[in-house]
Ligand binder design. Structure first.
Ligand code: CO
Length: 145
């Protein structure tokens, strides 16, 4: 496994609108993208940019609100009613190679690679195999750097 850039940290929230106000008014975020639905994953998401690091985009915060019928984020919010940190997402150059490497190490990859919120292929690795952290692996966007 070749560790890449920390692309984003996923934060579950019962209200994206309330979370946007928090990141703007408390944390001073100045680049907050428009929220959008990702129906394949049963979520509404909103990206908040942190400042760019040299030539690289800054790590983002991914606000995640469940759409009706979503079970995994909804059950996370049952346990954490205010919301909270949900996953970390690291970039890799080749999603299929990364999946094979995790599986060769006995890590449970959750499903097949699918299109994520940035339009590139992603998969998740089970938190119980990752020191308790739900880990998203995404293929680096070709044009973002
Ligand atoms: Co994510």
């Amino acid at each position: 496994m070749k560790l890449g850039r920390l692309n984003h940290i996923g934060v579950a929230t019962p209200s994206i609108e309330a979370s946007i106000a928090f990141w703007r008014d408390v944390m001073g975020a100045t680049h907050i993208h428009a929220p959008f639905d990702l129906p394949e994953q049963g979520v509404k998401v909103c990206f908040v940019d942190t400042p760019a690091d040299g030539p690289h985009n800054g790590t983002q915060i991914e606000l995640i609100e469940p759409l009706p019928g979503n079970t995994s984020i909804a059950s996370f919010l049952d346990k954490n009613p205010q919301g909270g940190q949900h996953h970390m997402c690291f970039e890799v150059p080749d999603i299929h190679a990364a999946k094979a490497e995790f599986e060769a190490m006995g890590k449970r990859v959750l499903g097949e690679p699918r299109i994520g919120a940035h339009g590139t292929l992603i998969f998740f690795v089970h938190p119980k195999d990752m020191g308790g952290v739900l880990t998203e692996i995404m293929e680096t966007p070709k044009t973002a750097h």
